[in-house]
Design a protein around this ligand. Structure first.
Ligand SMILES: NC(=O)c1ccc[n+]([C@@H]2O[C@H](COP(=O)([O-])OP(=O)(O)OC[C@H]3O[C@@H](n4cnc5c(N)ncnc54)[C@H](OP(=O)(O)O)[C@@H]3O)[C@@H](O)[C@H]2O)c1
Length: 373
């Protein structure tokens, strides 16, 4: 189902991935992303917003949280981090950047969340339902790029860790938290889920997904890709790119199931978009990367503060409104459906299968999850 959501009102773009990459490089080298201010927010008059950011203790998540903190329409931030101490340090860092008046009005909470643990994701969602009267946006930012093979626990599905955190954990949280966002939506403001995507989806070796689809014998594409020997022989090099193209596919699927205008059970809808920050100087490459990529990052890498603006646009900006639903956003603007390969028959078929695999995994922990779909 690799097509824009009808409500997105964006033409299906006809770019090839080579063109997508050229345009990415042009933006990366010559472009920038405008900061989000009162003038380019959707409905700035609706104040008191609550925003959740996962992986908010460093990099893009922290910078996005700082930018949310400055906005007059935001009054509560939830920093969802796997380490409470790192989260608390981030809280202090955010407060230190704010004028004292805003600092005293803003509530900032650190909530523990491990995206490699299904139990943690379920507990986080339940806490959100229990403790928050509304959630106006969640930025699903936490992610990894791991060079060594690591495996999630068996009770979490036993996926390779890049797939677990970037794809399964991220989209499981999206699926589980959507009902909470919709139930608690405030009149006049459609809640948003902004998933942090990447232009590396244009580089992904789609042939590996096709090989996985053809050779898996019932265990599923994500499990096939997660096998240690395969990962070490060939999947590992493309691990991160593959994770981001799979994420983009699942964003399409999720958006297609949750129209902005609401489902038949409720008229309350949600906006789901996928925002890419560009190539940014963060801790993501703490273990990954070659000498060449490190030099490239130095030469053309963006400051995290600039890249984080795209996440803020996705969650509160005008560009991240209805037309971004199900879409890939880059340079702070809606760009299209993402990788051109998603328009192929193979792409569409694999996208559908990945969704089935995701939901099968989610319902093992929350059997009722599908009833809201
Ligand atoms: N940097 C780039 O050029 C770039 C480009 C495109 C997209 N992105 C995406 O942007 C997002 C943020 O990356 P970044 O560049 O800011 O990297 P980063 O500096 O390494 O930050 C990643 C964040 O994710 C958290 N995280 C990792 N595993 C987690 C887990 N199991 N549970 C909870 N949190 C976890 C990290 O927590 P710890 O500090 O505890 O590890 C950290 O807060 C990622 O999704 C990444 O793929 C980055």
């Amino acid at each position: 189902m690799a097509k824009p959501h009808p409500e997105a009102k964006v033409k299906l773009d006809a770019y090839s991935d080579a063109q997508n990459l050229r345009s990415f490089l042009k933006g990366q080298i010559f472009g920038t992303i405008a900061p989000v201010t009162e003038s380019n927010i959707t409905k700035p008059e609706i104040r008191g917003r609550t925003i959740i950011v996962t992986g908010a203790n460093t990099g893009l998540g922290l910078e996005a949280a700082k930018q949310f903190a400055e906005l007059a329409c935001v009054s509560r931030l939830i920093l969802a981090c796997r380490s409470a101490s790192k989260g608390n340090a981030a809280r202090e860092a955010i407060l230190a950047t704010l004028p004292s008046e805003k600092g005293s009005q803003l509530e900032i909470y650190v909530w523990e969340l491990d995206m490699a643990s299904k139990a943690s994701i379920v507990a986080f969602t339940e806490r959100t339902r229990r403790e928050l009267d509304h959630v106006d946006a969640i930025v699903l930012n936490a992610g990894v790029d791991l060079v060594s093979y690591q495996k999630a626990k068996d009770e979490d599905g036993g996926y390779e860790m890049t797939i677990m955190v970037n794809v399964v954990g991220t989209m499981m949280l999206a699926v589980l938290i959507i009902p909470v966002l919709r139930e608690k939506a405030r009149p006049g403001l459609t809640p948003r889920i902004t998933v942090v995507g990447s232009a590396v989806q244009f580089l992904a070796k789609h042939a590996l997904l096709v090989e996985a689809e053809q050779n898996q014998s019932g265990e599923g594409i994500m499990q096939w890709l997660s096998t240690e020997t395969r990962w070490k022989n060939k999947i590992g090099e493309d691990r991160y790119n593959l994770s981001k193209v799979m994420l983009q596919m699942l964003v399409h699927q999720l958006a297609a199931r949750y129209p902005v205008s609401g489902t038949q059970n409720t008229k309350k809808g949600v906006i789901v978009n996928c925002a890419a920050p560009g190539y940014c100087k963060t801790e993501l490459f703490r273990t990954a990367g070659t000498a060449v990529s490190r030099v490239t990052l130095k030469l053309i890498g963006r400051e995290a503060e600039v890249g984080a603006r795209s996440l803020v646009v996705g969650a509160v900006g005008q560009e991240g409104d209805v037309k971004s639903h199900g879409m890939y956003m880059t340079e702070g603007a809606v760009n299209g459906i993402g990788s051109a390969w998603l328009r192929t028959e193979q792409g569409k078929r694999i996208e559908q299968q990945l969704w089935t695999e995701l939901i099968d995994e989610v319902v093992k922990s929350v059997p009722t999850a599908e009833s809201d779909l």
